[in-house]
Design a protein around this ligand. Structure first.
Ligand code: EPZ
Length: 427
């Protein structure tokens, strides 16, 4: 297996281009199943997870080709309606084919995604939503089957928790249902908005984009179309935090700063400078009082559904807070086991205590973290370890970096472009 070797303590300077959003590409690739014909998606990142989703579409009978960041998908002939276990177990977002398959062919069979490192991650809200639309679901030998007698019918779906992929799945199931569907307490993440834009372009009738109440008037059929994936706000936030952690000044381009309201506020409170334009954000740590880089203030965060602080940036922000001058409380409210990075950060000298869903981070100030061999456990935890390694003195080896490659396109090259001393080697 590959590992990353990072020689830390080097401030980052320069500019970095953000790729398309993983968590928008996955539902939009799945949404192409809703209509036959040639679909075109621009700004699709080339990641382990997007390759997995395209593999799944191939299994279902789709044909696709990539030219740069454009993917063309032909869904004229769907030959299958089953997402197999050995593929779903590598990527839970495979469940996103349930909604479009039910809408298009009235039947779907998807292996139940097991839990993952960060939590049990059930899909009960997805299934309850489908049932409100006239789908009969049943669990059989680790697979969930959905069957529609005749045509799906519109209904009212209420999400106890504003599930992101739950909202996306039910939305895709409802667009060709007979009649009106109202989705209440829907997720408002920008990736849901990106999906709504694509469905609208395909001929769907959806009101309420950006709100927690979506109203869908079912149509008889949809057309293949051309869409563009939005910039990845979590990748953007990861690089913003990395600059704050190492010092320096970096302009992040091809991004959408308006998708990161909570992180921006929190970084300003930490004491870094942030300047934005419509599609760039520049983060810098001004020299103060003769010190080479600004000291960091400890700032509390609570992860919440959008537009609250994203749970997908919690681990990265923790890697920043371990170098602050004070104590920060990090409250993780979305997933029940998203502190896997804590033990690894403590191996580098961090002072963190976990109390239930809260991590108490006692800052040790800049320049005190020591490089060490650490192990990635999940996608965002691995990003946290990269940030800590970049800021630490000495060398950090990060193993199991396949986690990182699920969600960060060419991260080693992007960091090298900012002056980081990082390389990927065979373990
Ligand atoms: C999406 O996952 C993202 N993945 C996750 O990003 C992200 O962390 C999460 O939303 C929260 O923002 C994609 O979009 C592909 P949820 P999702 O359903 O949809 C519980 C990353 O690092 N829940 O919004 O699976 C669930 O257990 C990944 O890129 C149920 O109980 O998350 C969690 O506690 C990680 N039953 C909470 O709701 C359900 O049926 C929010 O989960 C569904 C969810």
């Amino acid at each position: 297996m590959d590992q990353l070797i990072i020689k830390g303590g080097v401030p980052l300077y320069g500019s970095v281009v953000i790729s398309g959003a993983k968590n928008a590409a996955l539902p939009l690739i799945a949404a192409t199943l809703l209509a036959p014909g040639l679909h075109t998606l621009h700004n699709v990142p080339d990641l382990r997870d997007t390759r997995t989703m395209l593999k799944l579409l191939e299994i279902l009978g789709a044909q696709w080709e990539r030219t740069g960041t454009t993917i063309r998908i032909n869904n004229d002939r769907l030959t299958g309606v089953e997402a197999p276990y050995d593929l779903v177990k590598t990527m839970r977002a495979s469940v996103l084919v349930l909604g479009p398959l039910l809408a298009r062919s009235g039947f779907a069979k998807v292996s139940l995604p097991g839990g993952c490192a960060i939590g049990a991650r059930p899909i009960n809200y997805h299934l309850k939503g489908f049932e409100q639309l006239g789908v009969t679901t049943r669990l059989e030998q680790g697979y969930v089957e959905g069957i529609v007698e005749g045509r799906m019918r519109g209904g009212t779906v209420y999400f106890d928790i504003p599930s992101v992929t739950g909202t996306e799945n039910v939305l895709m199931a409802s667009v060709m249902a007979k009649g009106k569907t109202v989705i209440k307490n829907a997720a408002k993440e920008p990736e849901v908005g990106n999906l709504i834009d694509m469905l609208f372009a395909m001929g769907a009738e959806i009101e309420g984009k950006g709100t927690d109440r979506l109203i869908v008037q079912g149509v008889d059929q949809l057309q293949a179309t051309e869409s563009t994936i939005i910039p990845d706000r979590i990748e953007t936030g990861t690089y913003m935090i990395a600059v704050a952690a190492t010092g320096g000044s970096v302009t992040i381009t091809n991004c959408n700063p308006s998708h990161l309201p909570a992180l921006t506020e929190k970084l300003l409170l930490c004491g870094v400078d942030i300047a934005t334009t419509e599609d760039t954000v520049t983060v810098s740590c001004p020299d103060v009082a003769g010190r080479s880089i600004c000291p960091l203030q400890s700032v509390d965060i609570t992860t919440l559904p959008y537009p609250g602080f994203p749970t997908d940036l919690q681990a990265q922000f923790m890697a920043l807070m371990i170098q602050a001058e004070g104590t920060a409380i990090i409250h993780e409210t979305i997933f029940e086991n998203r502190f896997m990075h804590v033990a690894e950060l403590k191996r580098m000298g961090a002072d963190i205590t976990i109390e239930g869903s809260r991590a108490i981070v006692r800052g040790i100030g800049r320049g005190k973290l020591c490089g060490a061999p650490v192990m990635a456990t999940d996608l965002r935890a691995s990003a946290s370890l990269v940030i800590a390694g970049l800021a630490a003195s000495g060398t950090t080896q990060i193993s199991r970096i396949y986690h990182l490659e699920r969600g960060y396109e060419t991260m080693v090259e992007k960091l090298q472009g900012l002056g980081a001393q990082v390389a990927k080697v065979k373990e």
